[in-house]
Write a protein that binds this ligand. Structure first.
Ligand SMILES: CC(C)(COP(=O)(O)OP(=O)(O)OC[C@H]1O[C@@H](n2cnc3c(N)ncnc32)[C@H](O)[C@@H]1OP(=O)(O)O)[C@@H](O)C(=O)NCCC(=O)NCCS
Length: 201
């Protein structure tokens, strides 16, 4: 996935030119990796991320992309696909329809997203996640996409709702991450298993 374009945004891989903006966003604003990540430490992480994007095919999904404003090119946030190894118990708890043997873990395609504090409340996260869903469903043709969040992250759950996800909540008040799972099925998708079932009657 190289770059995706929406009405107001471009979702694109990072380059080393993004270092200062990424440090400001992830380390000083969101404190993504806890306190005290220096710009030099961020440089090392970003170098790995940039290298990974260059070594792999254009459809490599691993790693976050930058969400930048079309006009100014300003970095507003990050988003991307990420894997979630979902246990049979979690599939049952969050009511994810079975696609694998009930006793097996399943590898789900997740989306993640975050905006800088100054760019919230304008629909950018919703716009970016919709673009990822569109890409996942039409280009990659995956069967479903999920989003995970923790207790009390109402803004994140609202993004899930706005992009059309069904919300599954862990009823256990002591439960840890993920506490909420958003799920959206590909409306056009017929997985190989469905086709085989149809073909054999
Ligand atoms: C989760 C997060 C990205 C949500 O940000 P957000 O700004 O609330 O979400 P959006 O960008 O989609 O904006 C939606 C808001 O903008 C408003 N809005 C304004 N213009 C809009 C437009 N053109 N289109 C859609 N919404 C618009 C909506 O009404 C909504 O406001 P509301 O929440 O008061 O109802 C943000 O809170 C964040 O970065 N949190 C920290 C990281 C995090 O928790 N990430 C999720 C972990 S999985």
């Amino acid at each position: 996935m190289n770059a995706l374009e929406t009405t107001r945004l471009i979702i694109r891989p990072f380059t080393m030119d993004d270092l200062e903006a990424v440090h400001q966003l992830l380390d000083l604003d969101l404190r993504w990796s806890g306190d005290g990540i220096s710009i030099e430490q961020r440089r090392e992480k970003l170098q790995l991320q940039v290298a990974l994007a260059q070594w792999t095919t254009t459809d490599c999904l691993y790693g976050d992309r930058g969400i930048v404003l079309k006009g100014s090119g300003q970095l507003t946030g990050i988003c991307g696909f990420r894997p979630w190894l979902c246990s049979p118990q979690e599939r049952c708890l969050y009511q994810l329809p079975e696609r694998s043997e009930p006793a097996c873990h399943s590898l789900e395609l997740g989306v993640g997203y975050a905006l800088s504090s100054q760019h919230r409340g304008q629909g950018y996260a919703t716009e970016a996640v919709k673009a990822l869903l569109e890409y996942g469903f039409t280009r990659l043709r995956v069967g479903r996409i999920v989003a995970l969040t923790d207790r009390g992250n109402t803004s994140s759950v609202n993004v899930m709702r706005r992009v059309g996800m069904q919300i599954g909540v862990n009823p256990d008040p002591e439960a840890l991450y993920p506490w909420v799972v958003g799920i959206i099925e590909n409306p056009a998708h017929r997985c190989a298993g469905d086709e085989i079932k149809t073909a054999t009657g």
